[in-house]
Write a protein that binds this ligand. Structure first.
Ligand SMILES: *Cc1c(COP(=O)(O)O)cnc(C)c1O
Length: 424
């Protein structure tokens, strides 16, 4: 199946007389004839369902579709993108370990890593996404366990040189996790470029209609945990909390990461996706390939319009010729980047505020990747914890507006931007 077909049909093939749409298995638990039958599931000797905090058939169908879309071997849904990134990192890092991360990442992930995970004894060295290989290599320590970045960073829109980050990670015997939320597998498949694990906030383009908060983790199934067994005791030595299972031995490169993440972290933290929400996510996936094309067309048209406007100081959109990341995007995202365009107003913080207030159709929201166009001034909202220096370092100075271009008619969109700019 080609990618477009996987969006529509992947993950579920109904049998004769079965529902055409994926069934919503709205059940906390599952019934067995004997305790022994159920025991085999608890021991991970057989696959099956026993409690929806661990696994649910509806969620698994959607996870399977995402695994197919990303070219991975196993996947799981989580209750949010935050949970996905936390689980993906914490599945291989614990107290005393170290992370190397791009500093151009989502504000929520920045807090998760730099504040909350620091309290858990996990330290992070942030690097510029454009750092040299030498600078990148210098960030590693003997206790580094993972490298993290975003394909297209939210909201700075930097494009990650995935091959550079993957080769540095692999040279140090650790995996690369890439948050592929903004690109989606329609526009980039990080595993093909060397990433080992991919995460998503499915809340964004995958849902695409502002209906459901969710996340996903997909394992590329290529990282050889056993070859670096000393670094990853959680995967390579017996799990006493799970009947002494050694995940990497029992489930191999293809299954160890997701099995451990499900049976250990989801069991203990319980940031589970609901079957009803998984159903909505799947509805979004069915049209993802069609919507992404339109988001990118509208995004590019808006970027071109703004670029030529006298009140605009700069436009950040890697699909736009002349953008700092144009060449990187051409390599990793040849079919389009995303619908998010950032720009700075010449009038600074005040003009940004007037502009936002004057919009009629584009709504102010803490959201992106919706069918409806929305916008945000990160300095006064999502990134308000950061100092001015951190804002600049994260690529979101005070005058910056992030516009998530939706699926409306482009003429209506430009008319709204135009009348709002007239008031600035
Ligand atoms: C929104 C977002 C997240 C967090 O996802 P939630 O679903 O809001 O928890 C993580 N990473 C990126 C790139 C995001 O855009």
């Amino acid at each position: 199946m080609k990618l477009n077909t996987v969006c529509v049909q992947g993950g579920y093939t109904p049998g004769n007389g079965e529902p055409r749409q994926i069934p919503i298995i709205q059940s906390t638990t599952f019934k067995y004839d004997t305790s022994e039958d159920m025991g085999k599931l608890f021991d991970l000797e057989e696959t099956g369902y026993f409690y929806s905090r661990l696994q649910n058939p509806t969620c698994d169908m959607v996870a399977q579709k995402l695994a197919m879309l990303e070219g991975g071997t196993a996947a799981m849904l989580t209750g949010s993108g935050q949970a996905a990134n936390f689980f993906a990192l914490f599945n291989i890092c614990s107290c005393g370990d170290h992370i190397v991360a791009s500093n151009s990442i989502y504000g929520g992930t920045f807090n998760l890593i730099s504040v909350t995970m620091a309290k858990m004894g996990i330290e992070t060295t942030f690097v510029e996404p454009d750092c040299s290989e030498e600078e990148l290599n210098k960030a590693f320590r003997p206790n580094t366990k993972v490298v993290f970045g975003e394909t297209i960073a939210n909201p700075a829109l930097t494009v990650l040189d995935i091959e550079k980050f993957a080769s540095a990670a692999h040279a140090h015997g650790v995996p690369l996790i890439v948050d592929n939320t903004f690109a989606t597998p329609v526009n980039c498949r990080p595993i093909e470029w060397g990433a080992d694990i991919v995460t998503h906030s499915t809340t964004k383009y995958i849902d695409g209609h502002g209906a459901t908060v969710g996340g996903a983790i997909i394992d590329g199934g290529k990282f050889d945990w056993m070859a670096h067994a000393d670094k990853f005791p959680g995967l390579c030595t017996p799990d006493d909390s799970y009947h002494g299972i050694t995940y990497a031995e029992r489930f191999g490169k293809e299954g160890a990461f997701i099995t451990k993440c499900t049976s250990q972290l989801m069991r203990d933290f319980g940031s589970v996706q609901s079957p009803q929400n998984a159903f909505y996510i799947n509805l979004g996936l069915e049209s993802l390939h069609v919507r992404m094309k339109r988001h990118c067309e509208n995004g590019l048209a808006v970027a071109q319009y703004l670029k030529n406007h006298p009140k605009i100081a700069y436009v950040i959109y890697s699909g736009l010729e002349g953008d700092k990341y144009y060449e990187t995007a051409k390599k990793y995202l040849p079919n389009g980047t995303c619908g998010v365009v950032s720009f700075g107003l010449k009038g600074g913080r005040q003009a940004a505020s007037t502009f936002m207030k004057s919009l009629k159709m584009c709504a102010i929201e803490t959201h992106v990747a919706d069918a409806r166009t929305c916008c945000l001034n990160p300095a006064t909202s999502t990134h308000r914890q950061m100092t001015d220096e951190q804002l600049v370092a994260a690529g979101v100075p005070a005058e910056l507006v992030r516009l998530s271009v939706g699926l409306e008619d482009i003429e209506d969109l430009i008319a709204d931007l135009s009348q709002a700019l007239d008031k600035c």
